[in-house]
Design a binder for this molecule. Sequence first.
Ligand code: FRU
Length: 492
Amino acid sequence: MKTNNAAEGGSYGTKIADLYIVHNLAAVNGDSRHTYHAMPPVGWMNDPNGFTEAFGKYHLFYQFYPYGPSWDSMHWGHYTTQDFVKWKLEPTALAPDGPDDSDGCFSGSSIMKDGKLYLVYTSVMGGRQTQSIAVSGDGVRFEKLGVIIPGEKLPKDCLRSDFRDPKVFFRGGSYYLIAGAMSESGEGMLLLYRSPDLMKWEFVNVLRRDGLTTRGIYECPDLFELDGRDVLFASPQGYRTEGWRYENVQSSIYMLGKLDERKGVFEREYEDEIDGGFDFYAPQTLKTGDGRTVMIAWMQMWERFFPTKKHGWAGAMTLPRELSLKEGRLYQSPVREIERYRWNPVCFSNVKIGSRNELTKVNGTKVELCFTLDLGDAQRVGVKVYQKGEQDARIYYDRASGLVVFDRSRMGTEITHDAEEKDASVRSVKVRTDGNRLSMRIFLDVSSCEVFLNGGERTMTGNVYSDGEGITFYAEGGSAKIVTLEKYDIVV
Ligand code: FRU
């Protein structure tokens, strides 16, 4: 089954990609580039792949097209990191240069076995999708071993054209794999397979099947244990909007429940959207040696206008986030290592907020802001970031609806969007306001804004393309108060 990845040197396709990267790095325009988020060195990035800890570091692979800032034939790019903040570029891991994947190496996951790192990915050729495997003894160069789940192993009424994004894991003495698929009648499915050795696979059962993925399938599943429960992630294409939930053209959801892997049944007890912002898709998790579950996602969305394409790159990853369960709901907090990069602390307390408050030294675009608001009797109260004149992105509490709103409609750049999406400029979520208070932790990184509400009860992630650097608190229709505020520059 061996193909053309020579173990030491990388395959033909990865070598060409790496040469191209070296020769074109300098041509990427630095405008809008993040400073502490993973981005493609050149070209295009989408989903995180194979996110894991191995050989003494964390590995982030990703869907990568080096030769231009648009989606095209997929490679697996590769970064490593010691702390989830500084990312080291590694040689390209996979290129679409094998006999089964000449149209692309699509998304997948990774797993350690007998001291080797295996990448399990979707191989695409001639409109057909199969699952393939590659192996590495050093976590740098990968050798493709060929197809492990061909289309023949799909249940009878499944399409061979939509069978992808394998998540592989070990449980109860066997390896398991969950992949997205589609029935001939267009239903989205999640399929479970089992293997004794990662090479021979048998179909176990359908974990989920319904007509809710109106534009495709359940993409990019992930399965992990958290505080004694099973969490299943998926990214459904075309999920129906439910009030303020699932407003993006494609959503990412989590399901809490119990997987009976022997029978292949996932008993779903709760389901919700993972992030309520604009730019969040295809999340994956890893377990750290110290027991944390850390999630990362693509900080972009399909079918939108990408302003950075003109600079020679597109797509980035979110800040990695630690996951936990509280009262049966998923909570997210920024990975704790980011706090090592805090500089220039500025603190305020008990500041009354009127129509406009500019606080000394509270500005910047590579910044962490943590604050608690007393919502007072204001009708709207919040913060404007990336502000300059009338230009800003704002995050505020709206008393009439009881929602927290992230509004980037005034950022000065229009993001065109898919016809089925109502807009790409305003998103809302519902959170608690116990004691008439609301807390926010906001991370800005040149062109991104990630909001953690009430210690991670909900998050909202969005890119903001603006040349403003101001940060201004404001209240409308009444007054409110900043109970406490901390601001740090994030310097990497
Ligand atoms: C999700 C996705 C996956 C696929 C990959 C291709 O964003 O569509 O289903 O494997 O992107 O790049």
